[in-house]
Design a binder for this molecule. Structure first.
Ligand code: SF4
Ligand code: SF4
Length: 105
């Protein structure tokens, strides 16, 4: 698992932090997180918890994701009202690309 600030895009004011496992890349935009807790509540594998070191936009703890637990279901991305999480599931992505290339033939 690795953790680094994503400088590829000019989104630095949203404080993006990237964590990765073999199959999932999760970007948390700490500057957008309002600490509402919806993602913490809905994650099916309890992979999301409160970050004890990073604060969100309202000065409350932001969230952190345990990439050893995360299955890349994208529920948190879909439920977050502030677009503070972006999930890339490489397995889903690869399956979709495979499907598209089969359809093109
Ligand atoms: S992608 Fe799914 S498993 Fe991973 S943190 Fe979000 S809700 Fe939890
Ligand atoms: S749902 Fe979004 S705003 Fe709410 S705690 Fe999770 S990341 Fe933060």
């Amino acid at each position: 698992m690795s953790e680094k600030v994503d400088n590829d895009r000019d989104l630095s004011r949203f404080r993006p932090v990237v964590t990765e496992s073999d199959n999932v890349k999760a970007t948390r935009f700490l500057g957008l997180c309002k600490s509402c807790g919806q993602c913490v509540e809905k994650c099916p594998v309890d992979a999301i918890s409160w970050d004890e070191e990073e604060l969100g936009m309202l000065g409350e703890p932001a969230i952190t994701i345990d990439m050893d637990k995360c299955i890349g279901c994208e529920m948190c991305e879909q439920i977050c009202p502030d677009s503070a999480i972006e999930i890339l599931n490489r397995r889903t992505e690869a399956a979709m690309n495979q499907e598209e290339s089969t359809e093109e033939k």
